[in-house]
Structure formats: structure tokens, C-alpha cells
Design a protein around this ligand. Sequence first.
Ligand code: TXA
Ligand code: MG
Length: 353
Amino acid sequence: METILVKIDEESPDLDAIARAGEIIKKGGLVAFPTETVYGLGGDALNPDSSRKIYAAKGRPSDNPLIVHICRWEDIYKIADPVPEAAKKLADAFWPGPLTIILNKTDLVPKETTGGLDTVAIRFPVDKTAQLFIEAAGGFVAAPSANVSGKPSPTLAQYVAEDMDGRIEMILDGGEVGIGLESTIVSLTGDEPIILRPGYVTKEMLEKVLHKVDVDKTILDMNCHERPLAPGMRYKHYAPKGDLTIVEGSLDAVTEAICQKSCAAKATGEKVGIIATDETVSRYEKNSRADSIKSVGSRTDEDAVGHSLYRILREFDDEEVTVIYSESFSDSGFGQAIMNRLLKAAGHHVETV
Ligand code: TXA
Ligand code: MG
């Protein structure tokens, strides 16, 4: 299959191209598209064959449910029942935006889309191209992140092409995404609202609207052996090819330890990458002998860190780095999402100094 890549300017989108993308979805094909979080791999959420194709293209286990993307808030009533008051409040506050809400599904949504579950994850993205595309596709687009299973989610169309070329019909290239980490997922199907995956919409923000929100305890606890509630969080995920270690402690101790570890790894022939910050990058440049040192931005700017993390992990893959050391970040606010993804990328390998 030939994969067509079409550039879309969000300011003045090529509506013909978006209409063609919508037709592909309606005929059961697959199209990757930009959202404000990461690129999605879209198929018709109401067509079981499309969902099967998504799993095949990603190499993803079919018990890992997909998120259904909508472009009109009232469409939630077609795919979820009941729609509790809490869902309306969240939608009012955060939709369109980087929040996914899990509710009980209606019969309209096939189990192929929900990985066999009776619940459905629903998201209304704010990205203009995403909205136009979902509309053109009939209003219900199932979309996981557009990476091959086990790789970091794509933040650029070029990474989608690397993973999906020849496997899908079309890629809508909307440039680099804004947020860079996947949406917050909150489930409203139990007694209390609970965050299954942290993201840009933080626990603190959700609690302003819903009073009390729990967090799946497997998210940040490195020693928790219980199964995460979101099936996708159970798989090793977001993993770069190089062996990633997070080093935690005071900033001086961390930079010194990373420099030492990097020199030792160089001595045994490894190709070393370091995830640094604006505050520390020059220290590594002087003392680490690492092959590739990349700053994720300033430690005080969580948005910048979240925005660059996956791109940097992909760049290390391209550079065939074999060992990666990363500084650790605060795990409050959006930092919770950053640390969650970093811990998963590292297979929870953390050294405290
Ligand atoms: O930002 C995002 O959410 C991106 C963009 C494309 O919208 N999508 C995304 O999808 O990250 P995906 O498939 O890579 O991650 C969806 C996560 C998985 O961990 C999956 O197990 C979980 O959501 N999930 C989906 N439906 C669920 C359900 N009914 N119950 C529990 N977890 C669910
Ligand atoms: Mg994913």
C-alpha cells in the first residue's frame, strides 16, 4: 500500500484533502492525523474491521482498547450511557482538549474498538485539523497514538511515516504537536472518578471541577505490583532502543553521577545519550564524554519538558545511542505525566544518588 502524506496548514486547511481523508475512513481505511497531544492513527470507530486494521498496523494486542474521538460534544450520548453529571462538568471545563473520559458504552460501539470491554474512552480534541477530519470521517474516529506498539508516541508526521509507511492510506501532516504527551484519562465508571493515565489536564485541575479525584496507584509507585487499570499502561511502552536509567537526587549529585556513569559507559564502548536540562547541559558538555547531550528545556518549564521528551527519545533511536541517562523531574502537576512516561521508558530503572 502506498501511504500518501499531505501537509495541512491549521490556519487555512486544505479542505479537499481532509474530505479525501474522511472518505478513506468511511470506506474502512486508516489515516494518521495531528492532535494537540500526539499524532493519532484513525479508523472508523463504529466499524469492527477498521479497529482490527488499527491493531494490525500498530502491532498492538487487541485487548488494549482504543479511544473514540468525537467533534461535537453532544455525540457523547450516542456512544455512552449513562452520561453522568460528572462527565458533563468535565466536558464543560476541558472539552475540546487533552482529556479522555471513560464511560459505559452503548451498543453502537463495537467491542473490537473497546478491546472487549463494556466501557468506552471518549476524547474531543481541540486541534482544528483533528476536528475537521473527524467531522469528514463521520464523527467517530477510533485512534490510538500513531506509533508502532512499544515506541514513543509520534509528535511529528515524520515519525508517523517512519512507523506507518506502507501500512496506512494517508498521513495528515499538521507539523509538530503542541503538548507532546498523550491525553489525561479519567474513568467515571466506578464509585469515584479515577485518573488512569496522567496528562496535561492535572489532578489539581480535575479536582477544581469534581471535588475529589483518585489516581491509579500503579502510575508512579515504582514498587507497586498491581495491574494498572488502563490495559495500555500494563505493556512496556514508550521505550527507546537504548537502555535508559533515571538518576534521582540533588541536582549537583545527579549531574556528577551522570557524568561518572557516562564516562564509565564510554570506556566499555557504549554510545551514550544524556537527557539534560538548560540548567545543566553545559556541565555534561564539559565532563561527561557523552556522544549526544540534549536539553528538554528549563527545569522550571514543565510544558517545554513534556513537549520535547518523546522527540528526544526518538532522536536517540535515530542516533543509535545504546545507553541513556536522564535527570529526574518533579512529579507534581504536569510533572506527574512527564515522570510517568519517563519511568515507563526506563522500565522503572531509577538510581538514587
Ligand atoms: O492523546 C491521546 O489520548 C492520543 C491521541 C491520538 O488522542 N491517543 C492515545 O491512544 O494515546 P492510545 O491508544 O495510545 O492510548 C489509549 C489508552 C490505552 O492505555 C488504553 O488501554 C486506555 O487508553 N483505554 C482506552 N479505552 C479504555 C477503557 N475503556 N478502559 C480503560 N482504559 C482504556
Ligand atoms: Mg499509545
